[in-house]
Every structure is written in structure tokens, then in C-alpha cells.
Write a protein that binds this ligand. Structure first.
Ligand code: ADP
Ligand code: MG
Length: 246
């Protein structure tokens, strides 16, 4: 359902993604692992088009765009693809001047122009799903990191994206707070939410991923079934990296 074909991303003369091809099945969880600077965040940003690939093809469901160097894709097309995705960031990125509920209704009211009452009903349902219904009127500053990230997950899910993209969702959290975020992601995985998660957290990656992609220096070193990659990687480079994860 999601297909990345030969994705290249360059910044100036620095090639950050060097022809990445990955297929993501509907309902599956894919872990993106690999050393810092390997291109995980850039690849996620090329899926939701926060970064425009230099070349290659991004397909999400029925929507696809072919990118070519120097050819500008119309914004409406970018937006159509982007709306198939939801994104969760390492540092939560909640709107500080909106309550938990206000954050979750934001994309529904502002982007999708839903009526307020319908957006509130949807937001309440999602806050409940992430265990944050009791904090609906709290400000982000009043919430722990784990609580903020759970609200951020609810916000990302609000417009019913076809894929949830998570960039190091637990990296800013101590283990206990990371645990409550992992629990939410595990629940979503069980319900068949399609997710791509960049992470250094072996508890998260090995716990919920079906597929794993090991990315280094903009290249796929190894990809396949997560259980196999984490327990018996084929490539020596992958073995060494997995051994460093905690
Ligand atoms: P990871 O998430 O695996 O740590 P990133 O995708 O953040 O890797 O970064 C991959 C490489 O791309 C790094 O060398 C980084 O410096 C470079 N990079 C990322 N974003 C930009 C940018 N906007 N401009 C220039 N270089 C960038
Ligand atoms: Mg990153």
C-alpha cells in the first residue's frame, strides 16, 4: 500500500538518501533502524513530503507522485499525498497555547473544516484511546513528556491517515514514560494501524515491528522480517549495530 521506489534526496552536493526502495504492507509496522545520520528522519519526511525527494516515486494507496530533479510538483498534489499520513515527532511538537483537546481538534477544524462538535467528538474518542481523556483540558506544559506524546499520537490519528509515521517517538522520554507511549503504539499495532517508526529503542522496535529496515549512510543495508533482523541479522554491519541497541 505504500511504495517508495528509488528515493534519492540530496542537500546541495550531499546525498542523504541514495536510491531507497521499500514496500510497506497495509496493517504492518515497519521499524527504521540504523546509526544517527543514516537518513531515517529524512526518509520519513520524504514519505509525508515535509522534504521533497530529489527523485524517485512515492505511492500511498492510490495516490502516487514521480519526482524528478528540477521539476516542481504542484502543491495540491503534495498535499493530497501528505494528507494520507500522520506524523509523530521526537519532541512532541504540540501547540503550546492549545489544550490537549484543542491540539487534537486542530487538524480537523483547520485543515479538514469539520464542524466543531464533530471534531470534539472525534478528539474525545482518540484521547480516550491513548488514555488521555482525563487530561482533555490540560495545557501541554502541565503534561509529562509521555502524556504529551500520547496527545501528539491522538492528533496525528485524528484525520484517519493511512499511515502513522513516528520519528524517534520515545527518544526524549525516560524508560517509564517511554513505556506508556510504547503501550499505546502496541495497541495501535494490534488494531492494524499501518506504522513506520524510526527508533533506537529495541523494546519498541522488536516489540511491535513486523518488518525492519536497516539504513546507513542513505542506503538500505538489510531489510526483512523484524524478528529475524533483530535476532539473526545476516549482514555483519547490522549485527554490530543491533548489539549496540538497548
Ligand atoms: P537520522 O534520522 O538517521 O539520524 P537524518 O535523516 O536526520 O538521519 O540525516 C541524514 C543526513 O542528512 C545527515 O547527514 C544530516 O546532516 C543530513 N540532513 C538532514 N536534513 C538536512 C537538511 N535540511 N539540510 C542539509 N542536510 C540535512
Ligand atoms: Mg533522525
Amino acid at each position: 500500500m505504500i511504495e517508495l521506489s528509488h528515493i534519492v534526496k540530496t542537500f546541495g552536493d550531499h546525498t542523504v538518501l541514495n536510491g531507497i526502495s521499500v514496500t510497506i504492507r497495509e496493517g504492518s509496522v515497519t521499524a527504521l533502524v540504523g546509526p544517527s545520520g543514516g537518513g531515517k528522519s529524512t526518509l520519513l519526511r520524504c514519505i509525508n513530503l515535509l522534504e521533497i525527494p530529489t527523485s524517485g516515486r512515492v505511492r500511498i494507496g492510490a495516490e502516487a507522485i514521480d519526482f524528478r530533479p528540477q521539476v516542481r510538483v504542484p502543491f495540491a498534489e503534495v498535499q493530497k499525498l501528505r494528507r494520507q499520513t500522520g506524523m509523530v515527532f521526537q519532541n512532541f511538537q504540540l501547540f503550546p497555547h492549545r489544550t490537549a483537546l484543542g491540539n487534537v481538534i486542530e487538524p480537523l477544524v483547520t485543515v479538514l473544516k469539520w464542524p466543531h462538535a464533530k471534531a470534539v467528538a472525534r478528539a474525545e474518542e482518540l484521547l480516550d484511546k491513548v488514555g488521555m481523556a482525563h487530561k482533555r483540558d490540560a495545557w501541554p506544559a502541565e503534561l509529562s513528556g509521555g502524556q504529551q506524546q500520547r496527545v501528539a499520537i491522538a492528533r496525528a490519528l485524528a484525520p484517519s491517515p493511512r499511515v502513522l509515521l513516528c520519528d524517534e517517538p520515545t527518544s526524549a522520554l525516560d524508560p517509564e514514560l517511554a513505556g506508556e507511549v510504547i503501550e499505546v503504539l502496541v495497541g495501535l499495532a494490534r488494531e492494524g494501524t499501518t506504522m513506520v517508526i524510526a527508533t533506537h529503542d529495541l523494546r519498541l522496535a522488536a516489540g511491535i515491528a513486523h518488518e525492519a529496515v536497516f539504513l546507513e549512510a542513505g542506503e538500505v543495508v538489510e531489510k526483512g522480517e523484524a524478528r529475524r533482523i533483530f535476532s539473526a541479522p545476516e549482514r555483519e554491519r547490522t549485527q554490530r549495530f543491533i548489539a549496540t541497541l538497548t
